[in-house]
Design a protein around this ligand. Structure first.
Ligand SMILES: Nc1ncnc2c1ncn2[C@@H]1O[C@H](COP(=O)(O)OP(=O)(O)OP(=O)(O)O)[C@@H](O)[C@H]1O
Ligand SMILES: [Mg+2]
Length: 311
């Protein structure tokens, strides 16, 4: 049974300012997210990612369709005890420090008073904020605020963690640390829903992704499958001479990367083997043959361009 399930979910924001018909933030979205995975929700600004997150949390009510979390209706407030949430554009009161903010969230989450110090220390240390626990939030940098917001999102040891742009404003070292913690949370059994614009980052941590555009689902799948192209191979070998390179260019329409590497689109495996035979006949040593990797960024941009052309 999926942990999150939506069926034909639609959200129309009524807005007299922009149009009489309102803004369709989500249109007939059907999605299933299984337990124990890191699921990436991608899409350009305004695609509907945050709207979906808010619907899952019961903060925004859908216009139509079905939405279930833990197989329960999202209006059932009891399920929220099992959820951790890092909102986008969060604000903490300026006059509080990290310790006080974490204590506030610990209290809200129903953590036992005796465990406060231990859990707060552990979470703040994880995000490298323990040394700043007594400093007021108004003195924090963007990255420090974000790390604090991340630390509170799993204070209740949640089964589902929803992170809306968790690495916004965080430097590369901090981002790596956040990625490592996300992977650790998954190892401990949590399911993570991650909204992010940083596609290289999503590529590194997510098991599955869904791409939204203008409220519609335009692609969904296992990251590994999306990134490997079924029919394009990358070959690394010893130095090729001009004659070999010309042959590969003309006969096989190869893309030559340098004299030791090229990629090739094949019709079937016999074509790939013929190319290897040709290289061996020319005394070229094969170092590796691998399926070509495409970056998530390229997939994303291509999909969006196609989807926008259709609309
Ligand atoms: N409370 C609201 N009232 C009216 N329109 C809204 C409201 N919240 C969101 N929208 C609209 O719904 C659409 C989707 O917004 P949403 O915030 O879900 O996008 P997003 O994918 O999270 O974008 P971003 O990447 O910029 O965070 C946008 O057109 C937005 O203007
Ligand atoms: Mg958003």
């Amino acid at each position: 049974m999926p942990l999150i399930e939506t069926d034909n979910l639609t959200k129309i924001f009524k807005s007299s300012t922009f149009s009489k018909t309102g803004i369709t933030a989500l249109r007939n979205l059907s999605l299933k997210i299984e337990q124990g995975i890191i699921f990436g929700l991608l899409g350009p600004n305004g695609a509907g990612k945050t709207t979906l997150v808010k619907i899952l949390l019961g903060m925004v009510h859908p216009t139509s369709g079905i939405v279930k979390v833990f197989n329960e209706n999202v209006t059932n407030y009891r399920i929220r005890k099992k959820i951790g949430y890092l909102p986008e554009d969060h604000r903490f009161p300026d006059y509080m420090n990290a310790n006080e903010i974490m204590s506030f969230f610990a209290l809200l989450s129903g953590l036992k008073k005796n465990d406060f110090d231990k859990v707060i220390r552990k979470n703040l240390e994880l995000v490298d904020m323990y040394n700043y626990r007594d400093m007021k939030v108004k003195k924090y940098s963007k990255g420090m605020l974000q790390r604090l917001a991340f630390a509170q999102s799993f204070i209740n040891n949640p089964e589902l963690i929803i992170l809306d742009e968790p690495t916004e404003g965080v430097d590369p070292i901090g981002r790596k640390a956040i990625r490592d913690i996300i992977l650790e949370l998954k190892k401990n059994g949590a399911t993570i829903l991650l909204n992010s614009h940083l596609l290289s980052e999503v590529e590194l941590v997510c098991d599955k992704v869904a791409i939204l555009n203008k409220g519609e689902l335009i692609k969904e799948g296992v990251v590994e499958d999306l990134l490997t192209s079924a029919d394009t191979f990358n070959i690394i070998c010893s130095d090729m001479n001009d004659e070999v390179i010309n042959h590969l260019l003309l006969q096989n329409k190869a893309t030559i990367k340098n004299k030791n590497e090229f990629s090739i689109k094949i019709k079937d495996y016999s074509e790939l083997n013929n190319i290897i035979d040709f290289l061996r006949k020319n005394r070229i040593l094969i170092h590796s043959v691998s399926k070509d990797k495409i970056s998530l960024e390229n997939i994303f941009i291509n999909l969006l361009e196609n989807s926008n052309v259709k609309n």
